[in-house]
Design a protein around this ligand. Sequence first.
Ligand code: ADP
Length: 733
Amino acid sequence: MDVQAVSALLAALVILAIGASVVLRNRSDRTYTSFAAFAFMVSAWHLCNFVAMATDSALAGWLALWPAATIPPTAIAFFRAFLAQPSIGGRHRPPRVTLAWTFVAYLGLIYSAVFDPIHHELWFAVPFGAYVFGGLYRCVYDMYVQYRATVKRVERTRVRYLALGGFVAITLALTDVLPRFGVAWPTLGNVLSILYLYFLSQTLFRYRLLDINELVGKMAVLGTLVLLLWAVYGLLLAWIGGGQEGLYLLNAIVASFVILILFEPVRARLENGVNRWLVRQRTELRGRIDRVRRDLGNVVDVPDMVAKIITAFEESRRATDGAVYLIDPDGAGFDRAGWFGRAPDDRIDAGSARAFLDAVRAGHVDVEVLRRELGDTTGTGAPAGAPADAERRATVEAVIAMAERLHADLVFPLLGTGETEQGPWLLGLLAVGDDRADGAFDLDDIDSFRQLAAQAARVIESSQAYERVKERDRLAALGEMAAGLAHEIRNPLGAIKGAAQLLIGPDGKPMPPSPEIAEMVQVIVEEANRLNNVVTRFLDYTRADRAERLDQVTVDVNAVVKKTVSLLQQAPEARGAEITVKLDDMLPPVVGDPEALVQVFLNLGLNAIQAMPQGGTLDILTTRRRRSRLGYGQFAEVRFRDTGVGIARDKIMKLFIPFFTTKARGSGLGLAISQRIVSQHGGTIEVRSTPGQGSTFSVFLPTRPQPAQAAQAAAIPSPDDEVELTPPPPPAV
Ligand code: ADP
């Protein structure tokens, strides 16, 4: 018996075992059954070949061509079913065209048996071979196409390994025909087809990239040992010879000794290397989650946090689905705040999902553990249908059903530090799933996720605290504003009342007309006008909120500044102050209302001049900026720096509150209105001041349009070496 025959028998048996092991695992899965069909065809082909070679039977040679003709459609059917799996996402297409060719091949074989044995002819064998190998290469091509189309990294890697391996295996199998044409070539095809089919069967069960890497490592160990054994055995055969049975046995024994002695060190060395490589991959993945966790330390914004977590999960490639849910304001349920993979429910109702939420709150939900528990409750010694058992079963089933709706294998609680009657305060949920495998996450993963969930809960809590502070500030600002408004109204009212009282004589009758009385009437009219003024300006301020009042034209900020300066120079107070102007010629234009901006700049300029009653310098400067308190972006900054009295630390936070003023005849609306206008341009005003030395007011205007609400971010404080700078947003009126 020659090597070809023995290796064919070996391939037939091993591949049969591989196919059987797959179909025994799961007989209802299309991918598994079609793999088995493919493997059985390859096995049958090898088996018939073996019989043909061993017995020189023409019938077996002819029979071998039947499975050979059936390999292409079964292979294509398998690979298409495999690539159409949801995780890979290929289209499902049946191998119709190939079936037509298969039919032709069958007809040829029947013709060959009935009429004329054409299967020995080269003109038949070559197209037949082209059909078989063409079909196999077609599978590689399908994989290549899917590799290009697959987005998920883990699946891409998997498909790439398979496509490459397939190409090599098919090509080497093709070279097996070379010896028939007299070319000296080792028969590698059989060995490789075994290895490839084994690899293929394993990728059906192992889904994670990590496992595939592990598999590649094991294959490396196995392959090296096989080669080693082969070399030792080959050497012995060549040296001692194997003709007689005794020598044959001796060779086998010596080779076994050598292998057993070398096995341990070789395996240890190889596995060590592979493990180091795997550990690096693993730490890389864990590092990613840890990085996000650290990142979250600097995040106050909850949507920002959710986005970071979702991206990290998606990029970690450890999960195919993930979602973050956050408790809604009235605590009646949890709203989906972010997700990736398949869309989960957009809301979890606290009432109907009570069992689920309790289970999550109590630690975390692990669907695999629960499924195992369900399996156990049926098989335990407890009498089936015992009430406690049935109740527990129902709960577990409800929890699993809810987790499935979230496409989650694991659900972690985002726990607050506060307590409620049901236990710790549940602020949200973090759901993670992997639809490629059951129990896709190990304990290390679970630990990482849990820590991430804890960190996310901290972010939510601190953001809530931050919101509360903001709300408190807003209320405080509203109070200040009301006080300012009351003051503005009470002063003229007091004057009016005083004057009116003088108009009535001690006897209760109106006083006769006189110059004093005329003066009193004059005071009443003036104060009433002032009241009217206060109300008008207040209405102006509230109206400034309406964005549509503003023009939206392209504005040259430098031109607006020049116009403001010429107006400032005409102001009577400006006489004692020196005004210097420095403009950035490259300043990009902004979009907005030039008149409204003149109002803002004039107000800042006048305030600065009024802050320098003894005279001083007002520097006005325009410049380009890459960031402001709103974040990074393109901004035009207009800066007003004075050498005036400066602003005390406790006043700085109040500057932008309507009616806040320190001036005898101030309205306290100038900065409030300016802030509104700048906000409507998507910008912000920043203030720096050192009492006794002067103040700097900077207007930042985005040179690319930004939504007006971005200005709210102005309230986020940032560390600075000068006195507290940026005021809270103006209160809603
Ligand atoms: P008004 O000028 O009518 O008082 P504003 O809203 O323009 O109203 O200003 C509010 C307060 O801010 C002023 O009363 C003043 O105390 C303070 N302020 C504004 N600009 C300056 C400045 N450049 N230097 C010192 N204080 C200032």
